[in-house]
Design a protein around this ligand. Structure first.
Ligand SMILES: [Zn+2]
Length: 98
């Protein structure tokens, strides 16, 4: 029985080596580009044509979806709207300014 002990160990070693090799071959496959597909949006040009920029009252953070024609709070960040200095009314106001 003593003679079968060593071959058994070497067989186990061979199995372990095969297992390691198979694992290594699996890991050597080209990894799929899972999260590399979303390109970062270009930040060079800020779109200032949205209501968060053109409304009379706007969020100081210009949150997307904010902006109103009356004072309020931003539904996105909760900050108080500020009067938009760049707001231009299309119609002529009839109230006389002294
Ligand atoms: Zn906001």
């Amino acid at each position: 029985m003593r003679s079968s002990f060593l071959p058994k160990r070497s067989l186990l070693f061979a199995l372990a080596t095969t297992a390691l090799l198979s694992v290594y071959s699996c890991k050597s496959q080209p990894e799929p580009a899972a999260e590399a597909e979303a390109p970062a949006p270009a930040m060079e040009a800020v779109d200032t044509t949205g209501p968060e920029y053109t409304s009379r009252y706007i969020c100081p953070m210009y949150c997307k979806g904010s902006g109103s024609d009356q004072p309020g709070t931003c539904p996105v960040c909760g900050m108080d709207y500020v009067l938009n200095e760049d707001f231009h009314e299309n119609h002529t106001d009839t109230t006389s300014v002294h």
